[in-house]
Write a new protein. Structure first.
Length: 349
């Protein structure tokens, strides 16, 4: 696994928009606030050509232009890269991204989440290059910055290699056109659920004191992952085979998928061989996880994950219901879940 150099003090942060750009409010103002904050801290800024574009369908520009921007920014003098935002159709840029070339270039940190799974995941599985599944650029415009956002920047600078859950989370955002830099609205108390296979481990029992497991971190937004599955950009089985001695820790979260969509996605990943060497699962709070008929968000995952006889940690700080722990995709991680807290130590080896 190739790991990029840390972002140095006074270094250059590059921004690109392989998914949505920061063309509309509240994202434009929040992005500009983030740029101002970084410049005040002494960092230099390099903007890709699509950062403020809104000319595409579900992405900032045409797939060809978005793919060209990715290649341009990875070959630029920027020390690290942060995606402007998520979106809907980033998958369409992949035919215009030369992963063989990216595997030869000096690696750079790329950070984003949601639709950016199309790059954070494929950088690891196609170019053997680590990336960061973490917040997009406009999130750094919030005032004040949440601890999770500071952690994400710390991953880029090398100051953070262990992240932990944050205690509270946001159910309804206050961010909008009139308040583009609003902080997270942390009204909900974190309550993780721990399983060994399909058996829930209740707090207070003798075997609940600690669940610990290790492996290579791999995952992202399930909506995007199952869209990649079976395409020419899917070399997941090869990646898992390469790192079979370490095993894989799958971190998964979802955006548009309802609970039946999540269950179908888990089934598809299992039948494709993706989960063969799994050592454990971290499952984020789904953005669309309401129960339907007799299926809830937990059974949607456990129907497959529960058969693996490995730890399954649910309602983790990941993805679309912030805050989110920034995770280095491809890193060798040790996960510890004890009581109502989870921590992830990431080793760049």
């Amino acid at each position: 696994m190739r790991y990029p150099k840390n972002l140095p003090a006074g270094g250059t942060i590059g921004f690109l928009a392989p998914s949505f750009g920061c063309a509309t409010e509240p994202y434009r103002t929040a992005f500009n606030c983030a740029l101002k904050n970084w410049e005040e801290k002494g960092y230099r800024i390099l903007l890709g050509p699509n950062c403020y574009e809104d000319a595409g369908v579900g992405i900032s520009n045409t797939p060809e232009k978005c793919g060209a921007e990715v290649m341009e920014m990875f070959a630029s003098h920027a020390d690290c890269l942060i995606s402007c935002g998520g979106g809907e159709m980033m998958c369409e840029i992949l035919p215009y991204v030369d992963f063989d070339c990216l595997a030869r270039l000096e690696p750079k940190w790329f950070m984003g989440y949601s639709d950016n799974t199309n790059l954070t995941f494929t950088l690891a599985t196609l170019a053997d290059t680590a990336s960061v599944y973490g917040p997009c650029a406009s999130t750094f415009g919030m005032e004040p910055l949440h601890e999770s956002v500071r952690d994400a920047f710390g991953v880029l600078t090398g100051e953070v290699r262990t992240v932990s859950s944050y205690g509270t989370w946001e159910k309804e955002s206050l961010k909008g056109e009139e308040n583009p830099c609003a902080p997270y609205n942390l009204t909900e108390t974190l309550k993780i659920r721990k399983f060994m296979g399909d058996r829930e481990i209740a707090d207070g029992t003798g075997d609940s004191k600690e669940l610990k497991f290790s492996g290579r971190l791999l995952g992202g937004c399930m909506d995007c992952l199952v869209n990649l599955l079976g395409t020419r950009f899917d070399r997941t089985v090869d990646f898992a085979e390469k790192y079979r001695e370490d095993g894989i820790i799958w971190f998964l979260e979802s955006c548009d998928l309802n609970v039946f969509g999540i269950r179908r996605a888990m089934w598809q990943m299992e039948e494709a061989g993706w989960l063969r060497y799994v050592k454990g699962f971290m499952i984020g709070r789904p953005a669309n996880g309401e129960s339907i008929i007799n299926l809830d968000e937990y059974d949607a995952v456990l129907q497959i994950a529960g058969r693996k006889n490995v730890p399954v940690i649910m309602d983790v700080d990941l993805g679309h219901r912030p805050p989110m722990m920034p995770l280095v995709v491809g890193s060798l991680a040790e996960v510890t879940a004890a009581g109502n807290r989870i921590s992830v130590e990431m080793k760049l080896t």
